[in-house]
Design a protein around this ligand. Sequence first.
Ligand SMILES: C[S@@+](CC[C@H](N)C(=O)[O-])C[C@H]1O[C@@H](n2cnc3c(N)ncnc32)[C@H](O)[C@@H]1O
Length: 300
Amino acid sequence: MQRLTAAAASVAGLGSTTVRIDALSNHLPPLFAGAAEYYVRYRSEYPAPIFTELAGRLGLDGRQSALDLGCGPGMATFGLTEHVASVTAVDPDREMLAAGHALAVEKGVDGIDWREGSSEDLAGLGVGPFDLALMAASFHWMDRPATLAALDKLINPGGAVVIITGSMSGLARDTPNRPAWAEAAYTTRERWAPSRRRWRGDTSDNQSTYTLQRGENRAVLEASAFASVDSYELHWQRTHTVDELIGLLMTVPDLTPTALGDRIDGFRTELREALLAAQPGEHFVEPIWTQVLIGRRPTD
Ligand SMILES: C[S@@+](CC[C@H](N)C(=O)[O-])C[C@H]1O[C@@H](n2cnc3c(N)ncnc32)[C@H](O)[C@@H]1O
């Protein structure tokens, strides 16, 4: 795995985007209900070097078509638009799509087709074919082998699947140099959301939604049509106030405003006390370990 140096993300471009909400019967659990507004405020886009490196490895020259599956409000979508001609941004959550569309209009970013849908209805969406499919912090919510099989039908010969993990480190115990407040956040989450949501297709007793999945994704790719796997990673960081950290934690399923309901104030108070006990002060530096896996079809 190759390591990159960090730099700020940038987004540019002028124009408009489209959003299309089809009458799909959405049978997925509403994991992120009520989270979109918090997501836009408290998460951040991935740093630009992630996409520069990706463009170099895949030979992206602004002519390709891409799918961003599980796009949320576009945390990876906007970085991708810098290197391809068009992005179809798919998510089952309408609030996420609306937030992404609003951000695109605000930024003046062109070439994004926001679509309601999921890994489970890709074939019926009438989208594609694509030169690449990106899944950023979303693959772990899907039935991973079934998703890769569906993508095999949508991705052009010579195309690739890209899996990005690591958009926040407070809840990922395997992030190197994790500060004490991150463990306090983790244990507070355990108390308020003890029964973790499972990803689609998971039948194991494994209760960790995220951390263990990081290691498994390579094996899942290697067992798919996209078995030729390449990878790199980026260590970067961002600084939060305690209120921003609380908002960040509320972007996670089971801790969203909708999931907490009238428990919001209790959660916020307890988390604030736990964070400040672990680290007094107003500046919380979050180390982030973002990993990128690229899967291509073997050539021989
Ligand atoms: C943690 S957010 C990631 C958003 C964005 N890609 C990012 O990197 O910040 C996960 C997103 O995956 C979406 N999602 C969940 N299950 C999905 C599925 N089966 N197919 C497609 N998207 C899904 C959720 O609605 C949510 O917007």
